[in-house]
Design a binder for this molecule. Sequence first.
Ligand code: FAD
Length: 395
Amino acid sequence: MREERYDVVVVGAGPGGSTAAKVAAEHGLDVLLIEKNQEIGVPVRCAEGVSKRVENFVSLPKECIATEAAGARIFSPDGTCVELSEKTARGKLAEVGYVLERKLFDKYLARLAADSGVEVRVKTQAISILKDGSSVKGIVVRDVSDDAKIFADVVIAADGVESKIGRMAGLETRIKPADLEVCAQFYMTGIDVEEDFSEFYLGNKIAPGGYAWVFPKGERSANVGVGIEASRSRDGARALDYLKAFVRRKFPEGRVLGQVYGAVPVSGPIKSVADGIILVGDAARQTDPLTGGGILNAMEAGKIAGEVVAEAFERKDFSESSLREYEERCKELNEKLTRMYRARLLVSKFSDKELNRLARSLEGVRFEELNARELLRELIKRNPRLLMSLAKLFP
Ligand SMILES: Cc1cc2nc3c(=O)[nH]c(=O)nc-3n(C[C@H](O)[C@H](O)[C@H](O)COP(=O)(O)OP(=O)(O)OC[C@H]3O[C@@H](n4cnc5c(N)ncnc54)[C@H](O)[C@@H]3O)c2cc1C
């Protein structure tokens, strides 16, 4: 079998992998980034929404942005709307952001990695890992022509929700069904959507254990999707069935130009380092358990992974104890995700009546005077019994 050697091999060219590869290369390391699909960013398995925090990581070229949102509308089951917008919140509270073109965004991130000296290979799949005792020493890849052993001092596994590399290395990456959100999404056109508002629909009949979303993507078009907790669907109904029901009610006139199916880990973070290996992004379960958003967390963790690996090279120590610095620096992120996981457990138990009561309780709130934490406090103050446990999570 062909043999090659790099300092670092990164598996998966999503936002986490490309960011990690780029940062490691910027520190002078010899990096290989592999992607099993033939084209980076395709197929898209995402609703493509991000907050403007994305600009902390990368300056976005125009073509990567489908829509710039002025705000978000959250609808309770009876249709009560809570609007968070730049207008009402004067930029203080609003979770404003972008709807991306991920097929271009992911390619752009991989291009930045390549420009930093990373060797990028598509249609190249990691099929197993190489080990020396307990230590990961590389991977075996399969491309169109043959298999090859790729030796590396560190493997960064950014291989997404379906991650197998971590498990092969002995990390516990299994997810129980209650901690997995299954999603179905249509890219729709010919529908009445307000172009600069993202919409979220809550309710146990709409999306048990999750929500439905409408993220505008240009004129009369949007990503319309539903995510449900698999273990809670009624009568074995699938995410697609909930989506079809939602679309029938909301956009009967719409046309479907694309379909997306996928899953989001909502378990909160797991142990993500071992000798010679670091997990990043969805592979490390770093998606927000409450919202399902994972793009920016993957980029944040990818950046940290790239830096920590560079420092490990200075020490010439690739052991778990050396790489544990990654978990140390992800601590703030991971603590937030763990809090969000606990919040998810509470929120997903609310009945439709309770969700309506919460939404209605915000009537008269002056959003322009509150930031997100203050709004949460106001919500808790107005619903002390319902939200007592939440108050402990966000003191
Ligand atoms: C329906 C849906 C909607 C979503 N909407 C949003 C949203 O609006 N906003 C948001 O922030 N997040 C959203 N997410 C989550 C978001 O897509 C992920 O959190 C994000 O893509 C994680 O980035 P990543 O780099 O960790 O993994 P990924 O983007 O999943 O990238 C992993 C890559 O690894 C590759 N790969 C896997 N195994 C191998 C292998 N063995 N060898 C080589 N390559 C391999 C895969 O092909 C893939 O390209 C959504 C997810 C779903 C399913």
